[in-house]
Design a protein around this ligand. Structure first.
Ligand SMILES: C[S@@+](CC[C@H](N)C(=O)[O-])C[C@H]1O[C@@H](n2cnc3c(N)ncnc32)[C@H](O)[C@@H]1O
Length: 258
């Protein structure tokens, strides 16, 4: 297990990964449609792996959708429990690679989680054992459209540090799931959004982005100094907003009939 410790960002997680309500509505509408067309009338049992603070998954729970949320981070779950929409959610601290369930859920969902799992094979075996339909996805406001974010990645690359992308993980997952008798469908929808330079700067400066936790300290410190210099040289007003987008990207796997 390659558990990246989200305890360190639990208190700021929702604020620093915020997406517009419209994006969350796109996610819940798509998932509820899939549940209805696949299984007919509710109720449905949904398992969220790596539910964290429930930033987006909380909105999937309803009297029709019983949501089980598991996460390995005690402090992320503590944030989830503070919310006032949790009465239909069963919350459990557990590892997604060792699920404490026997039966099958209608749906298992993992939002922004698979890149954190080291033993993908064990993870997928657990999901296949416990799910009829599986959704992997991301719900995010695009940081790459921030010039500060791009500058920082460029600066890091001059030190020989390149941010890893997770495309190869999703190719592996797709092939494995198809071999295990699932069909795959992609869903993607994007809306316009905006952000302030200050919010990106704060996440870089306080290392709120989880990928920054892998950057060696001396490289990170030097890169941050160069970024601050660039902000001064270009006279960037951190309080200004810039246009970006917010997206829901899903890979939906449905078990084919035997
Ligand atoms: C990037 S956060 C995403 C949280 C939430 N799904 C969202 O989209 O807002 C990843 C979450 O996965 C959890 N996580 C990482 N590895 C895990 C594992 N092996 N089992 C359960 N949860 C895990 C982390 O603790 C963290 O809360």
């Amino acid at each position: 297990m390659n558990y990246t410790n989200f305890d360190r960002v639990a208190e700021v997680y929702d604020r620093t990964r915020a997406v517009p309500m419209e994006t969350i509505t796109i996610l819940t509408r798509e998932i509820n449609n899939k549940l209805r067309t696949t299984f007919g009338s509710p109720p449905y049992q949904i398992l969220s792996l790596g539910i964290g603070s429930g930033r987006v998954e909380t909105y999937l729970s309803s009297p029709n959708n019983h949501l089980f949320g598991i996460d390995i981070s005690e402090l992320m779950l503590k944030e989830l429990k503070k919310k006032n929409m949790v009465e239909n959610i069963s919350i459990l601290q557990a590892d997604a690679c060792n699920l404490p369930f026997r039966g099958k859920f209608h749906l298992t969902i993992a939002v922004h989680v698979i890149h954190l799992i080291q033993y993908q094979e064990v993870f997928l075996n657990e999901i296949i054992r416990t799910s009829q339909m599986v959704i992997f996805g991301d719900v995010f406001t695009d940081a790459y459209q921030s010039k500060l974010y791009s500058y920082f990645l460029d600066i890091l690359s001059t030190f020989g540090w390149i941010k890893k992308e997770s495309k190869s993980i999703s190719n592996y997952i797709e092939t494995t799931m198809i071999n295990q008798g699932f069909e795959v469908e992609e869903f993607s929808e994007t809306i316009n959004d905006f952000q302030t330079h200050a919010s990106i700067f704060e996440s870089l400066q306080k290392r709120y982005f989880s990928w920054l936790w892998d950057v060696p300290e001396p490289i990170y410190q030097q890169a941050m100094k160069l970024l601050e210099q660039k902000i001064r040289d270009e006279d960037i007003n951190l309080n200004e907003s810039y246009g970006t987008t917010s997206s829901v990207n899903l890979q939906i796997f449905k078990q084919l009939d035997d």
